[in-house]
Design a protein around this ligand. Structure first.
Ligand code: AMP
Ligand code: GLY
Length: 431
């Protein structure tokens, strides 16, 4: 069968790469893809991004089903349009994707269905927002209601930053329509983890857990980014906590969406904040929902995936997810993102990239912001590559990944040298 993956990032490279390994798959088209998907044997880029063009392509090529990577096409209704055209696709409808595309929708939904999350209020009026901030005090978190490509959240450590964020979004319209309303949320502390499940409308399949690194610099310093690296599994999510997350977050969310008339299909990604304490009682709160897989979390998760991914997705689009067979490599997978000069504020593009090592059993370089022009690989975005390695321990996976990182060259490359630090046993972390 032939499959279509929509998107152009590292997440889509990793998904398409794993799908293409299925014996049942002849070709995976990636729309529009990147320099890495252009180089893979059974992958083929197609330069399409418009929903109508994608539908026409899927019909013409007799695509068995389509997998959607990023949030923008989901929020634009790609799933509704494909289904209306009689085509199979994996993702949430536009209405269900509001869990990600509107923070106010997600917060109101969580409160309505008793899903644990930080206290909040939503404002469209700047004066009211300023008054609320003065009343609550700092630290406090200001979030643009709409999709803002990772720029919509300000964790304000003092009142001045909080007021400025409100002015930027509500008064100066710096984020456009996405910032026309803001959610102001209680500041939460603890350790973050990404918990991603697949849903077919009835059943749910939990994927391997993971942890992202949002800040640009070592030691979780510097500006927020789309994610500078990730690893799987997340040791903080013990079996006991896993059960609590399913019981307190995932099941109530899926039941709530069904009850509200938006049965959820697709990936549901809960960004969690886990406080201190024994597993049975430690605070567990949802920071955000995404309606897609994470990037870069997908890269280590796909590295650990064992089984036939194309058949798993087929079950998911057919509503037979309970029959899906998924196993995970016991090893740790760890991905280090190489970002371009100037990322995240003003990424520079067009720099030639050299030294990307060929894939091996335990190390694969997934591409994101790259293009292949006249056989030359060049940077084409903020996050350029994600070097992803498997190892018997976090330390071993780090060693394999960073060895490959050293071989890759491009002008102004940036990467963190401490990906995985939270997962190192404290004795190891000090050596
Ligand atoms: P988001 O785009 O919603 O994932 O938020 C980006 C990052 O901001 C999260 O990964 C957290 O590190 C941080 N963040 C979001 N909400 C809160 C909160 N209520 N308290 C503390 N940090 C937060
Ligand atoms: N890595 C975080 C995200 O994909 O939203």
């Amino acid at each position: 069968m032939k499959l279509l993956v929509i998107g152009s990032g590292g997440r889509e490279h990793a998904l398409a790469w794993r799908l293409a390994q299925s014996q049942r798959v002849t070709r995976v088209f990636v729309a529009p893809g990147n320099g890495g998907t252009a180089l893979e044997d059974r992958l083929q880029n197609v330069p399409l991004t418009q929903i109508e063009e994608l539908i026409e392509f899927a019909r013409r090529e007799e695509i068995a089903y389509t997998v959607v990577g990023p949030e923008a096409p989901l929020a634009a209704g790609v799933v509704d349009a494909f289904r209306a055209a009689g085509l199979r696709i994996f993702g949430p409808t536009r209405a269900a994707a509001q869990l990600e595309s509107s923070k106010d929708f997600a917060k109101a939904f969580m409160v309505r269905h008793n899903i644990p999350t930080g206290a909040y209020q939503t404002f469209a009026n700047a004066q009211d927002a300023h008054a609320y901030i003065d009343q609550q005090g700092a630290p406090i978190v200001i979030k643009a209601d709409g999709l803002a490509a990772g720029k919509g959240v300000v964790v304000a450590m003092n009142l001045e930053e909080a007021h400025r964020a409100v002015d930027d979004m509500l008064s100066d319209n710096k984020l456009g329509q996405a910032g026309a309303r803001v959610v102001i949320e209680e500041f939460l502390t603890g350790e973050e983890a990404s918990f991603i499940v697949m849903c077919d409308g009835n059943d749910v399949l939990a994927l391997a857990t993971s942890q992202d690194h949002k800040r640009l610099l070592d030691g979780d310093e510097g500006p927020n980014t789309g994610g500078m690296g990730a690893y799987s599994p997340a040791p903080i999510i013990t079996p006991a906590l896993h059960n609590r997350i399913m019981r307190e977050v995932v099941h109530p969310t899926l039941q709530g969406m069904a009850r509200d008339g938006h049965p959820f299909t697709g990936f549901l990604y809960a960004g969690l904040m886990i406080g201190d304490g024994p597993d049975a009682t430690r605070p567990l709160k949802v920071l955000e929902f995404n309606c897609r897989m994470g990037d870069p979390e997908t890269q280590p998760i796909m590295m650990r995936f064992r089984g036939d991914l194309a058949t798993v997705f087929e079950h998911a689009v057919n509503g037979t997810l309970e029959k899906a067979d998924v196993q995970w490599d016991r090893r740790t997978a760890l991905g280090v993102v190489l970002a371009s000069a100037g990322y995240p504020a003003a990424p520079r593009t067009g720099d030639p990239v050299s030294g990307v090592p060929a894939a091996t059993e335990d190390c694969v370089v997934f591409h994101a912001g790259t293009v292949l022009e006249d056989q030359v690989l060049r940077t084409a975005g903020g996050r350029v590559l994600c070097v992803t390695a498997l190892g018997d321990s976090v330390k071993r996976a780090q060693a394999v990944a960073y060895k490959a990182v050293q071989q890759i060259q491009f002008e102004g490359r940036q990467y963190r040298s401490d990906i995985g630090w939270r997962a190192l046993p404290s004795a190891e972390a000090n050596t």
